[in-house]
Design a protein around this ligand. Structure first.
Ligand SMILES: [Zn+2]
Length: 202
């Protein structure tokens, strides 16, 4: 399979397969964009990214170069091979109509959310449903944990042109919601496009 190179506008989902041995690069084109992402075993989508197994295995909560993304069955899906941002969250989850209501205000309920984008992509894909949405990764998102154990949705630490690059260890189905969030300082209240690239390694 040849690689691809696509720009995903803010608020849009993206779905594709990265073959074993291929690299996947996600570029934060304008900086501080949150890229909500899930990974599935392309051959058996009941196997998917597990935040719990990944955090437990590496003994730390942030994802960066060297992190091996593990599945709910404990298998390695991908490895982060480059990271020019330095911190990616996997605790904060995806924004949704419900979380927008709880975190911000009741009238935010109708605003577009990552959960909507995930569900839209899954509906087009056909085989997966909302039951197949586990806790996701938020690439480029800064969610520090305070000394008292609270989660903070903090200002982003990414910048224009920073990227994260992963090597697929098995054929992997990638589901991205390029976050449309307008209420969260992590993206300076300004969702922006990302670039998604894949290629074969020699
Ligand atoms: Zn979101």
């Amino acid at each position: 399979m040849k690689g691809l190179d696509e720009v995903v506008p803010a608020g849009e989902p993206w779905m594709g397969v990265v073959r074993a041995g291929q690299s996947l690069r996600i570029v934060d084109l304008e900086g501080n964009q949150a890229v909500d992402t899930l990974f599935y075993n392309a051959a058996d989508t009941a196997e998917h990214y597990s935040a719990q197994n990944t955090i437990q295995a590496q003994g730390r909560i942030y994802l960066t170069t060297g992190t091996v993304l593990l599945s709910n069955r404990g298998n390695a899906l991908l490895r982060i091979e480059e990271d020019t941002c330095g911190r990616h969250d996997t605790l904060g989850g995806a924004c949704s109509a419900e979380s927008n209501t709880v975190r911000y205000a009741l009238e935010k309920r109708s605003m577009h959310s990552c959960r909507d984008s995930f569900l839209l992509a899954l509906a087009k894909q056909g085989a997966l449903t909302k039951r197949d949405l586990p806790s996701n990764i938020n690439f480029f998102m800064n969610v520090p944990v305070t000394p008292t154990g609270e989660l903070r949705f903090a200002d982003g630490i990414s910048a224009a042109g920073r990227h994260v690059q992963l090597r697929a260890l098995i054929d992997t189905l990638v589901l991205i919601s390029n976050c449309p969030q307008l209420n969260n300082p992590c993206n300076a209240y300004n969702p922006t496009p990302i670039r998604v690239m894949t290629w074969d390694n020699a």
